[in-house]
Design a protein around this ligand. Sequence first.
Ligand code: ZN
Length: 175
Amino acid sequence: MHHAGAVPLMPIRAEHVFLYPIDWPQLSHHVRFVRAGGRCEHCGRPHGERVFHLGDGRWWDRGRLYWRNGQGRRVRRPTGDILADGAWTPVVLACAHLNHDPSDSALHQLAALCQRCHMIYDGPEHRRRRWMNAHYRRAIGDLFYGPYPERGADWIGPTPLSMLDDNRSLYAKLR
Ligand SMILES: [Zn+2]
């Protein structure tokens, strides 16, 4: 079974599940398919379709018959070898938290975003989560296996500034 509606679009990490409201699937569906009409609310790409794009955000809207950019605005027909420069990509909409806080699911904090816009929007947050996950993994390692060996140690890097002074932290409300 492989139609788009049945695929888990944006898996929720196990440790974040409890932050999501009980009706998250319905909420997510409402945002993506009722409010957004199945199109990315940032760039306009249609969910479940393959679009032809140029890699810099520009894509061909075959419904409207013109090129649009990464903000969804109409742009002039690209020059150059479109077939050589472009590629097809499937579009998958996810329901994103605009303030990066999964415990705040007010409708105005949610947006239907394609994977490209989601990645761009969430970039710093994703980096922070990766850092945190690495941090926890190593901390647990410490707990069970003692301190890191002096040689060949998988030392954790210095704490990124974004971890220190960001009041939007996912965990801020839990402290
Ligand atoms: Zn998009």
